[in-house]
Write a protein that binds this ligand. Structure first.
Ligand SMILES: CCCCC/C=C/CC(=O)SCCNC(=O)CCNC(=O)[C@H](O)C(C)(C)COP(=O)(O)OP(=O)(O)OC[C@H]1O[C@@H](n2cnc3c(N)ncnc32)[C@H](O)[C@@H]1OP(=O)(O)O
Length: 403
């Protein structure tokens, strides 16, 4: 919660709990009686109908374990988005902290379509039921994997899904999140799943590096910070270079910075037609990473790559598809359903054959990619110490500049 909500909201969300008393004191948890809540996450994504939505809403009323304030705010926001569409309320005053926390959560969903909000709501309730039944000691193949604070990681039907889970911050990647993604990839590389998927929760896929990462300066000063960040970046991108199984990006909304550059290292990129692709490195006084200085010219030709990486041209999903960065674009209204139906079919292909084919393709230039990654990280280390970069980040943090 601490990193996800304004401080004022943190102080008062506890008050939300009062009007949301858990019923565990009154009756035992009956989640297992509700089939919709036992469905696997991808199944719910594919099938979320009005009936599923209503069942999930009813189930929330019976939930006996308090899911926590952050989860309640997420559920509130998705419910409002699903039933009323984008936030249409005037922003509450600063002192009305509870209403402000709720307003923030709802408005953070931006223009997320009602249908997607409905599906996400059903998925979220489903994930609550998974962890609830696990905590009751029941076997649960669909359980959310524990130990992640910034991600939701699930494994089912041969698919490990890693979902970036800071929707109120547009899934900006914090230092902790870089670490957790590396851990999740490491685990996914070894688990039983055939394919691995990276996606985002909320209206954004990811807004790139969390610019607040640069404000946490260690005793060794900014030079040490830049050095540590370059090591973290190199290790992080290295995990994508080395990932041994088919890796698929499900780009549910706009993507910025490192979340775009990394796409060149994925095997498939499916995008909603709401997604955009933006690498504003020059605007930020920075330079490309994620092996994009090599992969983007290779994928789209040097002129188109330069337009993105040097001049920060933002592409629509269809433009990114025409240039080969995106595999296929889907209408946002059917995005989740179509993509997960496709992925479920792919996940049934012989896993060893898929893994071997992927490695044949990747091994040709793995060494080269590692060398490019090291070079890009080292160049960025210098950039982070430049006035151009410092000023751009200060401008964002003092809210003078946005993309
Ligand atoms: C180990 C280090 C490795 C480093 C690797 C380097 C990578 C390079 C990059 O990734 S460069 C890209 C960096 N990203 C950005 O510059 C994006 C900055 N964000 C924005 O411009 C906007 O927030 C937006 C266009 C993404 C969305 O605008 P919108 O108006 O729709 O929403 P808000 O601005 O109100 O955003 C909601 C809250 O989310 C916070 N936030 C969004 N993105 C980031 C971010 N990248 N870093 C930090 N915080 C971010 C935003 O500040 C709002 O928070 P608030 O509600 O507390 O105000």
């Amino acid at each position: 919660m601490a990193g996800h909500l304004p401080r004022g909201a943190m102080l008062v969300v506890a008050r939300l709990t009062r009007s949301w008393r858990p019923r565990y004191a009154r009756s035992p948890m009956q989640i297992s009686n509700f089939p919709v809540l036992q469905m696997h996450k991808s199944q719910t994504a594919m099938r979320a109908s009005q009936k599923d939505f209503e069942s999930a809403v009813n189930q929330m009323k019976l939930l006996t374990k308090d899911p926590g304030n952050e989860m309640k705010l997420k559920l509130y926001a998705l419910y409002k988005q699903a039933t009323e569409g984008p936030c249409n309320m005037p922003k509450p005053g600063m002192l009305d902290l509870i209403s402000k926390a709720k307003w923030d959560a709802w408005s953070a969903l931006g223009s997320l379509p009602k249908e997607t909000a409905k599906q996400n709501y059903v998925e979220l309730v489903s994930s609550l039921s998974s962890s609830a039944s696990s905590s009751q000691g029941k076997p649960d193949a669909d359980s959310k994997q524990p130990g992640y604070e910034t991600l939701v990681v699930t494994s089912e039907n041969g698919i490990t899904k890693i979902m970036l889970n800071r929707p109120t911050k547009k899934n900006a990647i914090t230092t902790q999140m870089y670490q957790e993604i590396m851990l999740a990839l490491e685990a996914a590389a070894k688990d039983d799943s055939a394919i691995t998927v990276l996606t985002g929760n909320g209206d954004y896929y990811c807004s790139g590096n969390d610019l607040n990462n640069f404000t946490d300066i260690p005793p060794g000063g900014v030079e040490e910070k830049a050095k540590n960040s370059a090591i973290l970046l190199r290790d992080f991108v290295g995990c994508f270079i080395d990932f041994p199984k088919p890796l698929i990006a499900v780009v549910n909304g706009p993507a910025v910075g490192i979340s775009v550059t990394l796409l060149g290292l994925f095997d498939i990129v499916y995008a909603s037609d709401r997604a955009t692709f933006h690498t504003p490195f020059s605007h930020l006084g920075q330079s490309p990473e994620g092996c994009s200085s090599y992969m983007f010219p290779k994928i789209m030709g040097s002129a188109k790559a330069a337009e993105m990486l040097i001049f920060g041209k933002k592409l629509t999903a269809r433009e990114a598809c025409a240039q080969g960065l995106v595999t296929e674009v889907f209408p946002d209204s059917t995005f989740q359903k179509e993509v997960w139906t496709r992925l479920k079919a792919y996940s049934k292909l012989p896993p060893n054959a898929m893994r071997i084919s992927k490695q044949l393709i990747r091994n040709v230039e793995k060494e080269k990619l590692h060398a490019i990654n090291s070079e890009e990280s080292s160049v960025l280390q210098g950039r982070w110490l430049s006035d151009e970069c410092t000023n751009a980040i200060m401008n964002f943090l003092s809210r003078k500049a946005k993309l």
